[in-house]
Design a protein around this ligand. Structure first.
Ligand code: SF4
Length: 506
């Protein structure tokens, strides 16, 4: 179980690698989307080489276990828990299990309802264990429709295949780049609300390149994959050709009165693997999702693809805190900011705290990074960053603008963009929003050259305020102090493109 967890966290399955490789071929070289894909693939290689988490959000661990009749499930659950604890101690998993009422982090990923383990009996002699690690950013973009419904951009969706088609297309549009596109979707049709979502997540265990045995659903999968990639959302929502990398649809029976369509959205960091085990001794007999070619994304090749046809390279601006208002006002959407010096992490708990309290340090002219890193303490008591990609920024929308103004913060780094309140504050105060590449946890950890300290550790490792010294930390300006927002623009054009698919197809 330990090997399965470590491998799932650090080594992307072969079918997923091939899908990402195909996306690279589609993307026009030199665009923001192509450059983001280059960062993503570099990150995949680094995680694999160093056996470290691909993304710092190691997700909700969900084990699907098939056991021979008579297997001791209580014992197996204990083994899984032990392996989860060990992988957390070793920095292969981030402590991700938080008490829903108190916010307290259990510290070892074990808690009420976590990890999720489902057992099913079967008549084979071996044990089959599959694990998916689905992070919060994409989990928050899951969506459920109850038909009939009025769908934004697509009009009325009825209780038929055409209505289902509209729901699925819309699910990709509503995710924009916030679930770290380009993504994969699993769709569950029917059931009740709960089993419909479960069916959707189950589809994510299918291989990316399999063919649905139901002809109607196979056609719909192909249709969605093709059309979703015309919406222009692109990698990280920066615009571009590759928005969706896989679509898998399953259908179950339903009550006559209900008609649910549920969509489980998974980011590009689609971490799911499996093993078959010898039921006598627990030894791994075979690995699942590791068949076929393994694309390794050699660093030089990726760099070459992305640099070859750049017509006009984006402007690069070096920033080092404390940053002045004048420096910020010079930045425009599309610029690449290269940050050196100090930045401070802050996510949900910190933002909530800063609304009512003073900051533990002077934040005037500083950079806040929406990030919940994986950290490990060595024997001498020094902290080391093991994974540090950006988290979804929109969660801080209610606070961000106020906090920037209150403390004089000049730059915020995250992923997925922020809303109108923050955009207004950037204009009024002189601030900028920088979009880092979601999931590129190793790429960014490599830019962090030192941990200068930590405050508010009572919120737990991912939520504490880490003071990090960085070098060459690159992020793209996607919201500036002049009222421009790339996220707003992409959302608008993708809605227009979505509307092309209003007409009945089935
Ligand atoms: S790649 Fe993005 S959505 Fe996926 S787990 Fe990481 S931060 Fe979350």
């Amino acid at each position: 179980m330990y090997n399965l967890i470590v491998e799932t966290s650090t080594n992307l399955p072969h079918d997923v690698r091939r899908a990402i490789d195909q996306a690279i071929q589609k993307e026009n070289a030199g665009t923001r989307a192509a450059l983001s894909l280059a960062t993503i693939t570099q990150n995949i290689g680094m995680a694999d080489d160093h056996v470290l988490p691909i993304c710092q959000d190691t997700g909700m661990l969900t084990f699907e276990v098939k056991v021979p009749v008579g297997a001791n499930q209580i014992e197996m659950k204990k083994h899984i828990h032990e392996a989860v604890k060990q992988a957390t101690t070793d920095g292969k998993l981030r402590p991700n299990s938080v008490d829903s009422l108190t916010g307290e982090n259990s510290g070892d990923n074990i808690g009420e309802g976590t990890p999720i383990i489902h057992f099913t009996q079967w008549e084979k002699d071996e044990i089959d264990v599959r694990l998916i690690m689905k992070g919060g950013g994409c989990e928050n973009k899951n969506i459920q429709y109850s038909l009939p419904a009025e769908i934004e951009g697509l009009g009325r969706a009825g209780r038929d295949l055409d209505g289902i088609r509209k729901c699925i297309l819309h699910s990709v549009y509503q995710a924009q780049g916030q679930g770290c596109s380009a993504g994969f979707i699993g769709v569950g049709i029917g059931g009740d609300r709960i089993s419909s979502y479960a069916l959707a997540k189950e589809q994510l265990f299918r291989k990316v390149d399999d063919v649905n045995p139901n002809e109607d659903l196979a056609n719909l999968e192909d249709y969605v994959l093709e059309k979703a990639n015309t919406l222009g959302i692109g990698t990280m929502g920066f615009g571009g050709e590759a928005t969706l990398l896989g679509c898998k649809i399953g259908a179950g029976n339903r009550l006559p009165a209900s008609f649910f369509v549920s969509v489980a959205y998974n980011c590009w960091a689609f971490r799911r693997l499996g093993v078959t085990l010898d039921a006598e001794n627990g030894a791994i007999q075979s690995w699942l999702y590791k068949d076929g070619d393994k694309v390794t994304f050699a660093e030089e090749e990726v760099a070459a693809t992305s640099e070859e046809t750049i017509d006009e390279a984006p402007r690069e601006v070096v920033l080092e805190a404390p940053i002045t208002e004048e420096q910020i006002r010079e930045l425009k959407v599309g610029d690449v900011a290269v940050i050196n010096g100090i930045m401070h992490t802050g996510r949900d708990a910190i933002h909530h705290h800063l609304m009512e309290n003073d900051a533990p340090i002077d934040l005037n002219g500083q950079v806040i990074y929406h990030c919940g890193p994986v950290m490990l303490k060595d024997g001498d008591g020094n902290w080391h960053v093991k994974a540090a990609g950006p988290t979804t920024s929109i969660r801080e929308e209610p606070y961000q603008g106020d906090i920037m103004k209150k403390f004089g913060i000049r730059a915020v780094i995250g992923k997925g963009g922020m809303g109108p309140k923050t955009l207004n504050a950037l204009g009024e105060h002189g601030g900028v929003y920088l979009n880092a590449i979601g999931g590129a946890a190793q790429y960014y950890a490599d830019c962090i050259k030192g941990v200068e300290g930590v405050d508010l550790m009572e919120f737990g490792i991912p939520e504490a305020m880490w003071h990090l010294r960085v070098e060459g930390f690159r992020a793209i300006v996607t919201m500036d102090s002049h009222g421009n927002s790339l996220h707003k623009d992409v959302e608008k054009t993708s809605l227009e493109r979505l509307s092309q698919y209003k007409e009945r197809v089935y």
